[in-house]
Design a protein around this ligand. Structure first.
Ligand SMILES: Nc1ncnc2c1ncn2[C@@H]1O[C@H](COP(=O)(O)OP(=O)(O)O)[C@@H](O)[C@H]1O
Ligand SMILES: [Mg+2]
Length: 290
């Protein structure tokens, strides 16, 4: 991993790795975790145009009740990526994790790196924290709950699954993985159990294979079957299923007017509001969980 990070950030940045030796096993998909760390390393590189130091650390942390980032009490692996770069001001800090938020120019930033990393940690019942000040570098930490199997052997604390109000199962369809992950994160924050599909065809296979679906959220412009065609096909299988089409601004004209839509990019609150107008009253939420 350090080698991969090294080739990503280049020779002007010194890399340090500090892994505690009492590290318990954390629950995480290694590929997703690697992608998240790479994203954090790229951010660190971008913040150190004149070089500097990047420290990747992993340590065991005991979180007590009342954690400022609202982490559930328990044992976590805190995985952090720290840099000595230009840091973040208050305005950037406040929005850094928001999907599509970027201070980098058009074509340079997607605004999805931190949102993706946060999504990964949140899905596991953990979280992401940022410590940064202008001119003083930044430390981004992923808090990963210690895995359930490990907890039995671990006398340092207890991990309990986070309690989220359940709103049913959402099938989310998007061919772009980063966008899909960030939307999945928002839906999970709103209390949905999210099932993901990378194409209309895959979504139809999932639906026709049985399994409950309470909501379909689909991108419009995708290779193969587009969102509107998927919506029509799904409606014939599950009449009355709430369906939300997500489209880029330029594609709005191509989306059938009778289907609820949301234009990209959107924020958590906009998604929540849109869903509130379409979902049955019993499943409505007043506020996004975040
Ligand atoms: N290590 C860092 N140092 C300073 N600013 C950062 C750092 N990481 C993220 N940021 C800020 O947060 C914003 C969002 O980051 P991210 O979601 O990865 O999107 P992107 O890198 O595509 O802009 C960045 O545009 C930048 O302003
Ligand atoms: Mg980034």
């Amino acid at each position: 991993m350090a080698g991969l990070v090294g080739s990503t950030v280049g020779p002007s940045i010194e890399i340090r790795v500090e892994i505690a030796d009492d590290l318990p096993a954390a629950m995480a998909d290694p590929n997703q975790l690697e992608m998240a760390i790479l994203n954090l390393a790229v951010n660190a590189r971008d913040a150190m145009p004149d070089g500097g130091a990047l420290t990747i650390a992993a340590a065991r942390e005991n979180v007590q009740t009342g954690h400022p980032s609202r982490l559930e009490p328990g044992v976590y692996v805190r995985l952090s990526v720290a840099d000595t770069g230009f840091g973040m001001d208050q305005a950037t800090l406040a929005r850094a994790v928001e999907p599509f938020f970027s201070t980098k120019g058009i074509g340079k930033g997607t605004g999805l790196g931190l949102s993706m990393a946060h999504g990964l940690a949140a899905q596991l019942g953990g979280g992401l924290t940022i410590d940064s000040r202008p001119g003083e570098g930044a430390t981004i930490s992923l808090w990963l709950p210690v895995s359930l199997e490990a907890v039995g052997r671990d006398d340092g604390g207890r991990w309990a699954p986070p309690v989220v109000e359940r709103r049913g199962r959402a099938l989310l369809v998007d061919d772009e993985e980063l966008v899909r992950m960030s939307t999945a994160d928002m839906l999970a924050d709103l209390g949905y159990e999210v099932v993901e599909a990378a194409s209309g065809e895959e979504a139809l296979r999932l639906i026709s294979g049985g399994g409950r679906t309470d909501l379909l959220v689909t991108d419009h412009l995708m290779p193969g079957m587009n969102g509107v065609d998927l919506a029509r096909a799904v409606r014939s299988l599950i009449p009355g299923l709430p369906i939300l089409i997500v489209s880029g601004y330029a594609e709005v004209d191509g989306v059938a007017a009778d289907l609820p839509r949301l234009t990209k990019p959107f924020r958590n609150a906009e998604l929540a509001e849109r869903l509130n107008t379409m979902m049955p009253p019993s499943t409505r939420s007043a506020q996004p969980a975040r």
